[in-house]
Design a binder for this molecule. Structure first.
Ligand code: MG
Length: 186
């Protein structure tokens, strides 16, 4: 039987490049540089996507959407997140909450944290108070020209139909009967 809960962890990093927009958590932030690399460079959505995929032991974001494939150049990273959520649902799970830590020298995330939280919550279909957005500067790390994201997610098993509910009830009943028989024969 599948576990009732599963944890997932995702990590990503992208280098700052001048002349491109900075998008974090699907929100465009005012800054003189953006994040280069895969798609729109949204380091947070990439880490969330990998955390979700990891929680159900699915292939990672780079395997599903290879950076070498030109169709993902400049793509909206919400596409990857939606695919991960679809796979989570297809595997019989739903997202409970997620927590994240961003590490970047600039810009300051604090003033934008609520906007990022709101957008990520909407994209993931969970409440805003189930999305943690934390940020730190890379003290002593020497990574001032990069943005890093760490994300953990918690999934719970979803009961999607009356058939599932009946199956659950039958399994629980079986356990009760076994426990009862066990007690009587001891
Ligand atoms: Mg990435």
């Amino acid at each position: 039987m599948k576990p009732d809960i599963r944890i997932g962890y995702g990590y990503d990093s992208h280098e700052f490049k001048p002349g491109i927009p900075l998008i974090i958590g699907g929100v465009k932030l005012p800054h003189d540089k953006g994040l280069g690399g895969h798609s729109d460079g949204d380091v947070l959505l990439h880490a969330i996507t990998d955390a979700l995929l990891g929680a159900i032991a699915a292939p990672d974001i780079g395997s599903l959407f290879p950076p070498s494939d030109p169709q993902w150049t400049g793509a909206d990273s919400a596409i990857f997140l939606r695919e991960a959520l679809k796979r989570v649902a297809g595997d019989g799970y739903e997202l409970v909450n997620l927590d994240s830590t961003l590490i970047l020298a600039a810009p300051k995330i604090g003033p934008h944290a609520d906007a990022i939280r709101k957008n990520v919550a909407e994209l993931c279909g969970i409440a805003g108070d189930c999305v943690g957005i934390k940020a730190k500067t890379p003290e002593g790390m020497g990574t001032d020209n990069a943005a890093v994201a760490h994300v953990t997610v918690l999934l719970k098993r979803a009961l999607s139909s009356s058939d599932d509910l009946r199956k659950e009830a039958e399994e629980e009943l079986d356990d009760d009967v076994i426990a009862l028989i066990g007690r009587r024969t001891v």
